[in-house]
Design a binder for this molecule. Structure first.
Ligand code: ATP
Ligand code: MG
Length: 556
């Protein structure tokens, strides 16, 4: 199965995506007379999520592929929601993903140029100061089926507009008193072209420019100018900006840039079983549904990092899903598969018992301990082996025992013999229960002839299970996670009320060598990482990264 996915993927990767076709065509025609330049332009109003990772991978990889550059630009033209905490977090996330920006820019550093551009529009008779209030503005705007009406302020002279705009800038008017609008076409079928607002008044301090400005450019006016200033050639954004493209082009044409950038839209990434908008993610953080922006349950880049996902896996995922124009929802299992595939050959294995059941080997000497050799990674021989102690009392997983076995159950049940991996063949002889009838202990015997590696060729057993020596076991805390969104019985996605399970587990003593951030395969369970925030020498805490088995299957 894995083989067939890979062949399909390879074919997809070899064919070019539509953005590559556009860029190559521009290179052939030397449309820009400069090298390819892209940018990743987050607004610093929250942490980045896996959707942003798709945009980051796309922008940086296009620049790299065509020997160009990619800027990291903070699109910080709105003073209300922005914060320097987010700026630092975003930088860290982009670096962690493995990308280096050519230049680090802040859109707010361009406020002077943007102001000049607005003045230029006014002088050309292409912008006017409008004093309609919000309700009137809405009414004048028209609808999708009806044209809008021109503002009564539309035909002010350039001199009057210049004077008012300067007074707006100098703080003469309160928030909302007036705005600067582009003069385009109130009858345009594209609502974005109906004299859009390009500057508004806001007396809030800005995280970068402080109190210097009290007028701020609107996104649709600011963004094309930011791109042009930085010499961007291909301004890649998501589909919801498709209808804004005529305005993007209008701004660049009217403010007279040579070889202006071009906007290209692609479909936003959506993933099942999770949430993907900074606004909703912030809500979960603020209302305490999750602990922080880097909570391992969140699809934020910092959450995925803490969860134990690798940058390689995230990049691989972004490449595999490809770029398209039509919106679709990607199965979360596809992301998990990338993580699994990446970790499979990289991390060492450890024996950990998550739900312990005690086993006593009644014919094993009381004071003896043996060292059993276990491979660190069964796929990669070069990763070597480690020694794991074995003695009379051990723990096994409760689910590896059934008092009354179902059909095809080959693990422990009364009278059955199984292999304890790396040690001996063990037979379950007797089941001990407490007063309530719960199984508390298994009395077993071992066959000394069957020691692993001894060349024993006698009987075969069908079941192999893992174990931990009770005397030397290390207690650790394990945190396992479930999806933020699940389907209810009608198939509708709802918020999952139960997303984290915290419990104690027993690990083989080698777990003591682990450091925060070290990943392991907990043998037969899945991949886990020592938490970077909560873990300590005294109490090691591990996060589940992903289970071993995939429930996701590629479509045929
Ligand atoms: P959100 O809706 O989560 O707040 P946003 O689009 O407002 O996201 P920005 O900071 O404005 O976030 O986005 C920076 C860049 O990341 C933009 O170019 C945007 O198109 C892109 N981006 C955001 N979300 C996704 C997504 N789900 N898939 C692909 N690209 C995305
Ligand atoms: Mg946004």
């Amino acid at each position: 199965m894995a083989e067939s996915i890979n062949t399909d993927e390879r074919e997809v990767r070899e064919s070019k995506n539509f953005i590559e076709n556009i860029i190559e065509n521009d290179i052939d025609k030397n449309s820009y007379q400069r090298s390819v330049k892209t940018r990743f332009p987050p607004e610093p109003n929250g942490y980045l999520h896996i959707g942003h990772a798709k945009s980051i991978c796309l922008n940086f990889s296009m620049a790299a592929k065509y020997d160009g550059g990619c800027n990291l630009r903070f699109d910080d033209t709105n003073p209300t929601k922005e914060d320097t905490e987010y700026v630092e977090a975003i930088k860290e996330d982009v670096k962690w993903l493995g990308f280096d920006w050519s230049e680090l820019r802040f859109a707010s550093d361009y406020f002077d140029t943007m102001y000049e551009c607005a003045v230029k529009l006014i002088k050309k008779g292409k912008a006017f100061v409008c004093e309609l209030n919000a309700d009137e503005m809405r009414e004048y705007r028209g609808t999708l089926t009806e044209p809008g009406k021109e503002s009564p302020y539309r035909n002010r002279s350039a001199e009057e507009n210049l004077k008012l705009f300067e007074e707006m800038k100098n703080g003469k008017y309160p928030d909302g008193a007036m705005v600067l609008r582009a003069k385009i076409d109130m009858t345009s079928p594209n609502m974005n072209m109906r004299d859009p607002v390009i500057y508004r008044i806001s007396h809030l301090p800005h995280h970068n420019s402080g109190d210097k400005w009290c007028v701020y450019p609107m996104y649709d006016f600011a963004h094309p100018i930011e791109d042009a200033i930085e010499g961007v050639t291909h301004s890649i954004c998501t589909m919801e900006f498709e209808d804004h493209r005529p305005l993007y082009e209008w701004v660049l044409a009217e403010t007279e840039w040579e070889n202006p950038p071009k906007q290209i839209e692609f479909a936003r990434l959506n993933i099942t079983n999770t949430l993907m908008s900074k606004r909703y993610l912030k809500e979960l953080v603020d209302n305490g549904t999750v602990e922080s922006w880097d909570d391992p349950r969140l699809p934020t880049i910092s959450g995925l990092r803490r969860r134990g996902y690798t940058p390689e896996a995230v990049r691989d995922f972004c490449e595999r899903i490809g770029v398209a124009k039509s919106n679709s929802i990607v199965e979360i299992g596809q992301l998990e598969n990338c993580v699994r595939e990446d970790l499979k050959n990289r991390v060492e294995s450890r024996n950990v018992i998550l739900d312990p059941l005690k086993v006593v080997i009644t014919n094993y000497p009381d004071n003896k301990t043996e060292e059993c050799e276990l491979e660190n990674n069964k796929e990669v021989e070069e990763m070597g082996t480690r020694m794991v102690p074995f003695s009379r009392e051990l723990y096994v997983e409760r689910e590896d025992f059934m008092e009354v076995p179902v059909k095809k159950y080959f693990r422990l049940f009364p009278g059955n013999e199984v292999r304890f991996k790396g040690a001996y063949f063990i037979t379950c002889e007797e089941v001990i229960k407490d007063d309530a009838g719960n199984v508390t202990e298994l009395r077993c015997t071992y066959d000394p002839e069957t020691r692993s590696g001894s060349g024993f060729e006698g009987r075969k057993v069908k079941g192999t299970i893992h174990w931990v020596d009770a005397k030397t076991a290390e207690k650790i805390t394990v945190r396992e996670f479930d999806y933020l969104k699940i389907e209810d019985e009608n198939g509708t996605e709802i918020m999952n009320p139960d997303t984290m399970k915290i419990f104690e587990a027993y690990a083989e003593p080698a777990i003591k060598d682990s450091k925060p951030g070290t990943r392991y395969q907990f043998f037969r369970h899945g991949y886990y990482i020592e938490d970077t925030k909560l873990s300590s020498e005294e109490n090691k805490v591990f996060n589940q990264i992903v289970g071993l088995k995939s429930s996701w299957k590629p479509k045929k």
